[in-house]
Design a protein around this ligand. Structure first.
Ligand code: SF4
Ligand code: SF4
Length: 340
């Protein structure tokens, strides 16, 4: 039996582990429906997806048709303007085959400029409020890789949930973002509990997140076996033992030398390369699969990466001393394989 947790001021009681909708992009419709069905039958009652996750919303919609129990449904739009966000919402409900969505989130608001556009006149936040006042969504959330932007969102008092990077390799949120969100009674969804596929010790990684009583982890899953493995861990979310805490230190040390924390301290790159995005290409390939990467977004990233002249400015600025130039070269090689 999965523990239920209160998702902050939404008041919703949801399973401590939800279903993250990215990896089902990699499998066919039949398999995706089977995986989602297995997750729901095992007691998961929260599904998180997004407009930007390929056909994920459509697959989730198909799976929900055969499931009678109540599911807390969350999706997101990357649009920052009111009209764009409202158009996205219509596409979301049509793909999901539902009339209302419990939680609609402004997706990946990572820069100050993005945040100000979202919250400003004619911005996406107005769209979210209008959907809520019509009863078409119940709650408003924001997701971001940036602690600064999450703190800004919490500070407005206008959001019900945040979605934050939180794993044993990316635990900075524990310092300020999570305590602030708790103080404001926001629901906290933890994305990428396996560090975007970089952490192999899945049981320790998942328990690291789930043993925090107020957090709901949303690992992506695309196989029935994976669902079963994660459910077994989630059914017993005991804190890590001393031995496991030492293991975590070892994992951090091994991964740390090459793991990008998406903090953007290396910016600005003189050639405007989105370094953090580029450095996560290996894990993105694992999670979303090569077929889903044949898009303009990855094509333009590839073109940008070709402009890296190895000036080394990013390496001087990176507080984690990552070999950014090497990592950029590796990501460029992956994109060349995938796109050419
Ligand atoms: S080494 Fe490449 S990625 Fe780094 S700052 Fe210079 S141009 Fe940008
Ligand atoms: S390369 Fe370093 S500074 Fe840049 S985002 Fe990654 S961890 Fe942060």
């Amino acid at each position: 039996m999965l523990e239920q947790r209160r998702l902050g001021r939404t008041g919703a009681l949801v399973s401590l582990m939800g279903f993250g909708g990215i990896p089902i992009m990699r499998v066919g419709m039949g398999e995706a429906v089977e995986v989602i069905g297995a997750a729901l039958k095992s007691g998961i009652n929260l599904i998180d997806t997004a407009r930007g996750y390929g056909d994920s919303e459509r697959k989730i919609g198909a799976a929900l048709k055969t499931h009678v129990a109540r599911v807390f449904l969350a999706s997101k739009s990357p649009k920052r303007d009111r009209e764009g966000l409202l158009e996205d919402f219509e596409k979301s409900i049509s793909a999901l085959g539902v009339e209302t969505i419990d939680l609609y989130q402004a997706h990946c608001v990572n820069t100050r400029e993005d945040f100000e556009t979202l919250m400003g006149p004619g911005g996406g936040y107005e769209g979210l409020v209008s959907l809520r006042s019509q009863g078409r969504i119940r709650h408003i959330g924001m997701t971001s890789h940036s602690s600064e932007m999450l703190k800004a969102a919490i500070g407005t008092g206008k959001f019900d949930t945040i979605q934050v990077l939180y794993s044993l390799i990316e635990d900075d949120a524990a310092e300020e973002v999570i305590p602030m969100a708790l103080e404001a009674d926001l629901g906290i969804l933890a994305m990428k509990p396996f560090g975007g596929g970089c952490i192999e010790a899945y049981d320790i990684a998942l328990r690291f997140v789930l043993s925090t009583p107020y957090i709901v982890a949303i690992p992506g899953m695309c196989g029935v076996d994976e669902v079963r493995k994660n459910i077994t861990v989630a059914e017993d979310p005991r804190p890590l033992t001393e031995g496991e805490i030492k293991q975590v230190a070892g994992i951090k040390e091994n991964l740390g030398a090459r793991y990008c924390r998406r903090c953007d301290y290396c910016q600005p790159c003189p050639n405007e390369i989105p370094i953090a995005f580029a450095l996560h290409i290996p894990s993105i390939r694992k999670r979303v699969g090569e077929a889903m990467m044949k898009t303009d977004a990855y094509g333009s990233l590839y073109e940008k990466l070709k402009t890296c002249d190895e000036c080394g400015t990013c390496e001087e600025r990176c507080p984690f001393h990552l070999p950014v130039k090497d990592l950029i070269r590796e990501s460029r090689a992956i994109l060349s394989e995938v796109l050419e």
